[in-house]
Design a binder for this molecule. Structure first.
Ligand SMILES: [Mg+2]
Length: 227
C-alpha cells in the first residue's frame, strides 16, 4: 500500500518574497576549480561570468533589470515577482540557469548557490555599494595574496601574513613591488554591470564608484529607466 500525500509535502514551496529583491548567485568551490587560471584575475573567466549573467537576462524569461558581477558572484535585481515570488522556484531556477550556462562555456560542470535578499527601494543603492566594497576588498586581498605566493610563500603563510596587515599596508607592500592598485583594470576593482537600456542590454566594464555622485546617478538612471 502506497502512502499518499508525500509528494504534496513540499512544505516550503509556498514561501514567497515581495519585490524588489536581489538574487545573489555564487560559485561553489570555484577557488579550487580556478587553481590553474591566471592570477590574481583571469579576464577570460570574468568574461564567461558576465556572459552567463547576460544569457540569463536575455534568455531565461525572467526579467531582472540589472546584474552586478564580480569574482564568482552575480547579483540580479528584480522589480517584479516572477513565479509569483515563490522563493524555491526563484532560487533554483536562477542558480541552475546561470551555472548551466557557465558549465557549457567552461566545458565542465560547475554548481552555484543562490539566495534571495529582499530590499526596499531605498536600499538598492546601498546593496550595490556594499557589493562593490566587497569587490574592492577582494581585489586588494587577491593582489596581496598572489604577490606573496609568487615569492614562494605557501597559501597558508600568505593568508597569515595578510591577516595581520591593514589595507594600506597591503597597498604599500604591492607598491614596493611595482603594483599600483589604483591603476588596475576598473572591472577588477569595481566589478561589471549588465543592464537594460532603450537600445538593448548593455555591459559596463568601467564602472564609477557607487558611493560617488557619478555612481549614484548611474544606478538611479538604470532604476528609473526600468520603473
Ligand atoms: Mg564568491
Amino acid at each position: 500500500m502506497i502512502r499518499r500525500g508525500c509528494r504534496n509535502g513540499a512544505i516550503y514551496s509556498e514561501l514567497r518574497v515581495r519585490s524588489p529583491f536581489f538574487i545573489r548567485v555564487d560559485g561553489r568551490g570555484f577557488g579550487r576549480m580556478l587553481r590553474d587560471s591566471r592570477k590574481p584575475y583571469d579576464p577570460g573567466f570574468a568574461r564567461l561570468v558576465v556572459s552567463a549573467a547576460r544569457a540569463f537576462m536575455e534568455g531565461s524569461g525572467l526579467a531582472p533589470i540589472l546584474a552586478y558581477t564580480f569574482s564568482d558572484e552575480v547579483n540580479l535585481l528584480f522589480l517584479d515577482e516572477p513565479f509569483r515570488g515563490r522563493l524555491e522556484k526563484l532560487d533554483s531556477v536562477t542558480a541552475s540557469y546561470i551555472s548551466s550556462s557557465l558549465s557549457v562555456s567552461l566545458g565542465r560542470v560547475v554548481s552555484m548557490d543562490a539566495r534571495v535578499i529582499p530590499v526596499c527601494r531605498e536600499e538598492i543603492l546601498s546593496y550595490l555599494q556594499e557589493s562593490q566594497a566587497e569587490a574592492w576588498r577582494n581585489h586588494v586581498f587577491s593582489y596581496g595574496f598572489y604577490a606573496l605566493v609568487g615569492e614562494g610563500k605557501s597559501h597558508a603563510d600568505a593568508m597569515e601574513s595578510l591577516r595581520n596587515m591593514r589595507e594600506s599596508d597591503i597597498h604599500e607592500m604591492l607598491f614596493k613591488r611595482g603594483v599600483n592598485l589604483a591603476r588596475t583594470p576598473a572591472w577588477e576593482r569595481r566589478g561589471v554591470m549588465i543592464y537594460r537600456s532603450s537600445s538593448g542590454i548593455v555591459e559596463d566594464w568601467d564602472l564609477p564608484l557607487f558611493t560617488t555622485d557619478d555612481g549614484r546617478r548611474f544606478v538611479e538612471e538604470i532604476l528609473s529607466a526600468a520603473e
